[in-house]
Design a protein around this ligand. Structure first.
Ligand code: SER
Length: 846
């Protein structure tokens, strides 16, 4: 079976068992502070497990793009070195939300693997949770008994908490699990060592393929386990490993998922896969990493210097470095892999195909800039070697010339910190240069200390400590009423303390709230909670999963009392103006520049709107004008807001509504339309009731943020009015200075012309004076043993003139030494010069 058939067979199998098939969620997680990337198929269902939301379907299956490169699940360092870990991988999964449980999950998994995929039964092992006394968790007898019905007991392994209790992160849903392992070794090897002894022992051919998790608990911040409101099933099968097992090969990379890309990379490098361990690792790193890089960028995450963007940048650099060092790929090459990636995955994950060109440009630019850094870093190493008195080649000559031969761990760290040189790259370069023996034997210890200290610092910078929720009311539906009103009565249903940068605040959840939580680029509302006589400031509002979290500086003295939430109206209205203007801008950009324009990010606040979009050239002044003109025209048309809630996603897309790549849309969406022939967007933000309210729109800057991404900043309403006044005031001041000329432009032109003319005249005069000074100096010079000696203090207008006098003297005089001093703009300037004959014959040094 080829990989495409393996994938579709899984989907079909569960479809026939009444599962709804859903699309993969994006790789980038928004609105969940506990997680940066989707690391498992269940992430998008977290709220269903926790009981925060009701699942629209009881049974679901899909293939999910996952990334395990940060946090609790991190495989990055293994990738490429071994043959069965990946950065990005696909996880096939089936789920039950409070519907079926262990019995069905186990028997269907067995049926699919052995009867449909026809994996040999005598090569499968299963594990069940063996219990854990420190957590008071019992042995999973139920799973054991179910497995006993289908597989002999000597193939059932009792697993530890580490292997058989699955947790999403440090907090969140978790439960005991049952894993299925497959033994892919030869019969000879199997006869020698039983597979059972190799399960969970990092053997590349005895590996876990499927994990059936029985979700029962929620791990709290305090570390305690709390029962979930219902029991669920969460299964995850590694697609690449499954393909290895079914295609009966010894490495994930030998499946048809990776082989085409491997052959392509090998051909770029003029190498052959399978001939040399070092180049093989490099090729695996590259074909693995390009998937992580390509799919995250397609999901809207650009490489950058912090958080998720930095993780992507590091993965990209790891790939470039392996290519550079082991495959001699010294020019950008990763971007060339995009067409193949898009062709291979375009039908399962269309976002990669639709944005192929954009992603390739971003990757290309990143590669270019890292290769430049790599170059600078190599030069830096050369300098280090020179400073230490080491020449670059030949070990013997090095020993004799070494002045200060010990390189410290701190230097290796500096290379890492400044140039992004991982320590193994530095070692490799040292080795190539034959200077490895000059490295301090304790360098690694020092390196690690510095690294730890840095990590600790950055943790402290970003650290937000949160307490556990204090729950006041259970099972309340959360209601957002902020589209309709800015004031609402509510009760606190839960709250918790948060400490950020030594400041204590509270996160408060209300059963009904008019406060808009920061999302989709729109900033969160501010305002206050009125509780009896108390007025509690709400300093920000955010979204966490689907919860609206109000950040307050204190708690009411009576947390159970009914309160009134009041939104800051002025801030909200200005923000709405900017949000609606962003939609008008988006549509205008597509009209003027073309439909390749896709939103790549936005920020909408009360003072400004910022819109990032894909476009490959700087906008001309004329294009900017046209865009402004269209937007202002739409404002003047005073188009009424058409807001539709709960539109089925497919229907909204059929209406032509613009959706964002990397955004997770629910089954039902909100559609914001300003003239159905002009702007239709999926959007959860707040908007003006009609475009006239925006008043006026003005772009204040257009710039580049990354390869292929431009940024427009613009203002609306009063802010735009002020902006125009500021510019007009500057113009008025200018006119006043120029005595109100009839034609300002020609007045300034005349001024500039005059200035240029005068400057030329002054320069002539200075040159003439310099010539005279030179003659005087020569006339009054001393002669000492045949050498003309000139020592004098001059009054010159510039250092350049001083220099000119020196060189003119040199032109005219054979053997001379001079020292000239001058004060130019309150700064001392000294020129010292000796003629060539004195330098060469007498060893005079200026
Ligand atoms: N959540 C489990 C895992 O990631 C099963 O899907 O292994």
């Amino acid at each position: 079976m080829d990989s495409k058939t393996i994938r579709s067979t899984f989907i079909k199998f569960f479809e026939e068992k009444n599962h709804t098939i859903v699309p993969s969620a994006p790789l980038i997680i928004k609105n969940d502070p506990t997680l940066m990337f989707t690391n498992s198929g269940m992430n998008q269902f977290k709220d269903f497990f926790l009981g925060n939301k009701v699942a629209p379907y009881k049974r679901v299956a899909d293939t999910q793009k996952c990334l395990r490169v940060s946090g609790k699940h991190n495989d990055l360092e293994e990738v490429g070195i071994d043959t069965y870990h990946h950065t990005m991988f696909e996880m096939l999964g089936n789920w039950s939300f409070g519907n079926y449980f262990k019995k069905e999950a186990i028997s269907w998994a067995w049926e699919l693997l052995t009867e449909v995929y026809k994996l040999p039964k005598d090569r499968l092992y299963v594990s069940v949770f063996g219990g854990d006394s420190s957590e008071n968790l019992a042995f999973d007898q139920e799973a054991y008994d179910l497995w006993k019905e289908i597989i002999s007991e000597d193939r059932i392994i009792h697993g530890s908490k580490k292997d058989n209790f699955w947790e999403m992160g440090d907090t969140g849903p978790c439960g005991p699990c049952s894993e299925i392992h497959v033994d892919l070794r030869t019969q000879e090897e199997v006869d020698r060592v039983p597979g059972k002894d190799l399960v969970n022992n990092d053997h590349p051919h005895v590996i876990e393929i499927w994990n059936l998790v029985f979700m029962q608990f929620n791990r709290l911040v305090s570390g305690k386990l709390e029962n979930l409101p219902a029991q669920h099933v969460d299964t995850g099968m590694g697609f690449e490993r499954l393909c290895m097992a079914i295609q009966d090969v010894k490495s994930n990379y030998d499946t048809d998922i990776f082989q085409p890309m491997i052959q392509y990379v090998a051909s770029l490098a003029g190498a052959r896969y399978g001939e040399n361990n070092e180049t093989d690792i490099a090729i695996r790193v590259i074909v693995d990493h390009i998937r992580a890089i390509g799919f995250t960028i397609a999901d809207g995450q650009l490489p950058s210097n912090n958080k998720a963007g930095y993780v992507i940048r590091r993965i990209l650099r790891r790939a470039v470095r392996y290519g550079y060092t082991y495959l001699n790929l010294k020019e950008p090459f990763l971007y060339k892999l995009l067409p193949l990636l898009a062709r291979q995955f375009g039908d399962v994950f269309p976002e990669i195909k639709q944005q192929q060109e954009f992603v390739a440009r971003v990757v290309h630019e990143e590669e270019n800039s890292f290769l430049r850094t790599l170059d600078q870093g190599l030069k830096r190493i050369e300098n280090m070697l020179q400073d230490a008195g080491l020449v670059a080649e030949g070990e013997n000559s090095n020993e004799s010339k070494a002045r200060n031969p010990l390189f410290k761990g701190s230097q290796v760290f500096d290379l890492f910190d400044t140039y992004g040189f991982p320590k193994d790259l530095t070692l490799l370069i040292f080795k190539e240069k034959g200077v490895l023996q000059f490295l301090d034997p304790d360098w690694e210890k020092e390196f690690n200390e510095k690294l730890d200290a840095q990590k600790k610092r950055s943790r402290q910078d970003s650290n937000i400590a949160t307490g556990d929720w204090v729950i006041l009311r259970e099972d309340e539906d959360l209601d957002f009423v902020g589209y309709e009103t800015l004031e609402a009565q509510a009760n606190i249903i839960k709250y918790r303390e948060v400490e950020e940068k030594n400041k204590r605040h509270y996160q408060v959840i209300l059963n009904t709230t008019p406060f808009f939580g920061e999302s989709g680029g729109q900033v969160g509302d501010k305002g206050f909670l009125l509780v009896g006589e108390e007025k509690i400031p709400v300093i920000n509002t955010k979204k966490e999963n689907d919860m609206i979290v109000h950040l307050t500086t204190m708690l009411p003295s009576d947390v159970d009392m009914t309160l009134t939430g009041v939104v800051d109206k002025q801030k909200r209205q200005l923000t709405e103006s900017n949000h609606s203007a962003t939609h008008l801008l988006h549509a205008a950009l597509r009209q003027v520049l073309g439909t390749h324009v896709q939103q790549k990010g936005s920020l909408v606040s009360e003072s400004v709107l910022r819109f990032d979009f894909s476009h490959f050239a700087k906008m001309t002044a004329e294009e900017i004008r046209r865009v402004e003109h269209i937007v202002n025209q739409k404002i003047r048309e005073n188009i009424l807001l058409d807001e539709q809630q709960n539109v089925p996603l497919q229907e909204a897309k059929a209406l032509g509504a613009m959706a964002l790549f990397g955004e997770k849309y629910g089954e039902f969406v909100r559609v914001i339309t300003f003239d159905q022939n002009y702007s239709v967007e999926l959007c959860g933000g707040t908007h003006v009731k009609s475009t006239g309210i925006i008043g006026f729109f003005k772009i204040i800057s257009e710039s580049s943020v990354a390869a292929g991404v431009r940024r427009i900043e613009a203002v609306t309403a009063d802010v735009a009015e002020h902006y125009v006044y500021q510019n007009l005031d500057a113009l008025d001041n200018l006119k006043e200075l120029l005595k109100q000329p009839a034609d300002l432009k020609s007045a300034v032109e005349t001024l500039v012309d005059e200035r240029n003319k005068l400057q030329k005249e002054v320069e002539q005069l200075h040159l003439k004076a310099a010539g005279e000074m030179k003659n005087q100096l020569l006339a009054s010079a001393d002669d000492m043993n045949g050498v003309t000696v000139i020592i004098s203090r001059l009054a010159v207008p510039s250092a350049d003139i001083l220099k000119k006098i020196c060189f003119d003297i040199r032109q005219q005089t054979a053997s001379f030494f001079l020292v000239l001093a001058a004060e130019v703009d309150s700064k001392p300037q000294i020129a010292v010069m000796a003629s060539d004959d004195l330098v060469q014959n007498k060893g005079i040094d200026a």
